[in-house]
Write a protein that binds this ligand. Structure first.
Ligand code: FMN
Length: 449
């Protein structure tokens, strides 16, 4: 630690990286491989991409908690604490002249994006989509940097559609548009995981720059270099940077695209006109399949751990937090120790209010393994009285990609208190005898969990 760039991280993975020599197509095949690989499979590096000689694609980089922890040089069980502790510091980026991302610079030609092996993911997707591009821009009013992951649809030529549904970029674009001006952006692709995670962290006004969060998470400043055709700085050791402008007053159909919800979503979205593509030699394009475990891990660390810190600051006894896999961050489980029933209710209201995406929060005692859906279902089935322990919040905002909210003016949220709530021994977990368990583990070995 710190990894200087994506290549450094891939090198460090050793046996936890599988190189695929067989040529694979960026149309459907690589996305299928990334989605269907076992969650505990190694990260994948596709060395030969059909139709894109010299390009490579990497994926499943943080699809597993163990590899995510490795990216942050922390033990898996200590990762949340490491994140919360490091994030306090803030390490500003530095400017450098040593910029591998400028090894190849393209500003001419009609089809600047054609060389890139941008993946097409699902049967009914409208086209190739960039799914893990870190979009950088400045607030036109204050000059403050904003960054986030935003899906981008390749439309051919120099045009891409971009979904701008979240701050800060949506706000910056609205501000530029109100002045009738384009918004300059740069899309960094192929970054080490710390920068990708930092790009989707929810930050408040006290931490104005996510690039400083990235520096804090990796333990060293991110090296930046001036872009070619826009007044922005970009990560000097990215694999690829796309530069361009979001056009004012333009909306076009973008989608359908299979989202992190596992369902298709279309939108009337702004359009980017691309002005340059720069990249390293033998570049590595980053793949990320929506609704995959990479997204689960990204949301857990960036949104979940952030929420864990905020809840701990407000309510006593908060131990741990998990985002339910495959729910795009809509569903969360919180473990508490000794928290009273009224305090659990306050916790539920707080959590539901803090994150507009969050629809369902379930609170359990810390004798429940919140990473095991069977245990969570058990707590709900045996420790909860639905009429007493359910909190329904109505009249909330509908999150844009939530299929159940389609066409609805208002959404709703729900919380479940599945804690035991008293010292009644009938709520105790029926345990196995520890000595017997140790003996059968020794005798039966790999048959045992
Ligand atoms: C995998 C992934 C994909 C995302 N795609 C989009 C997107 O297409 N459009 C969008 O507005 N936000 C998207 N987001 C969310 C923004 O990146 C995120 O809201 C923002 O960076 C968080 O910062 P904020 O607190 O300023 O909103 C995505 C997040 C993740 C983790």
């Amino acid at each position: 630690m710190p990894y200087r760039d994506l290549r450094d991280f891939l090198d460090a993975l050793g046996g936890d990286l599988r190189r695929v020599a067989e040529p694979m197509s960026p149309r459907f095949e690589i996305a299928a491989a990334l989605r269907q690989a076992r969650p505990d499979a190694p990260a994948l590096l596709f060395d030969h991409i059909a139709g894109h000689p010299g390009w490579r694609v990497a994926g499943n980089l943080i699809a597993h908690r163990r590899r995510l922890a490795r990216a942050f040089d922390a033990a898996p069980e200590a990762l949340a604490e490491a994140y919360l502790e490091r994030k306090q510091r803030g390490i500003d980026p530095v400017t450098t002249r040593d910029a591998p991302v400028k090894e190849v610079v393209a500003t001419q030609g009609d089809d600047l994006l054609g060389a890139l092996p941008i993946l097409t993911h699902h049967e009914r997707d409208a086209g190739p989509y960039i799914t893990t591009g870190v979009v950088l821009c400045h607030d036109p009013a204050t000059g403050r940097r904003g960054m986030g992951i935003h899906r981008m649809m390749v439309k051919g030529g120099r045009r891409m559609g971009i979904l701008l549904a979240n701050p800060p970029l949506a706000l910056f674009h609205a501000a530029a548009e109100a002045r009738g001006e384009p918004l300059e952006i740069a899309v960094a692709l192929g970054l080490e995981p710390a920068i990708v995670v930092a790009s989707v962290v929810k930050v408040g006004p006290l931490v104005p720059d996510k690039m400083a969060v990235a520096g804090a998470l990796r333990g060293a400043p991110v090296e930046m270099v001036d872009a070619e055709t826009v007044k922005l700085q970009v990560p000097a050791r990215a694999e690829i940077v796309i530069e361009g402008r979001v056009l004012p007053g333009v909306r076009e159909t973008e989608g359908p695209f299979g989202e992190n919800t596992g369902a298709y979503f279309s939108n009337a979205s702004p359009v980017i006109e691309v002005s340059a593509v720069t990249h390293r030699r033998n570049p590595i394009y980053p793949g990320l399949t929506p609704w995959g475990t990479d997204v689960d891990m990204l949301l857990w660390l960036a949104a979940g751990t952030e929420m864990l810190g905020q809840l701990r600051a407000q309510v006593g006894g908060v131990v741990d937090l998990e985002i339910a896999g495959g729910t795009a961050g809509f569903s969360m489980i919180v473990a508490v120790h000794g928290t009273s029933r009224p305090e659990v209710r306050r916790l539920i209201h707080l959590a539901l209010a803090l994150d507009k995406r969050l629809k369902t929060v379930t609170v359990v005692d810390d004798d429940v393994d919140i990473r095991d859906p069977r245990e969570v279902a058990w707590a709900m089935a045996t420790r909860m009285r639905p009429a007493r322990d359910t909190i329904l919040v109505e009249g909330t905002e509908v999150y844009v990609i939530d299929p159940s909210g389609s066409g609805a003016a208002e959404g709703s949220k729900i919380g479940f208190d599945a804690t035991r709530g008293s010292a009644d021994p009938s709520f105790d977990k029926a345990r196995l005898d520890p000595a017997a368990l140790a003996r059968v583990r020794a005798v039966l070995g790999d048959l045992m969990q």
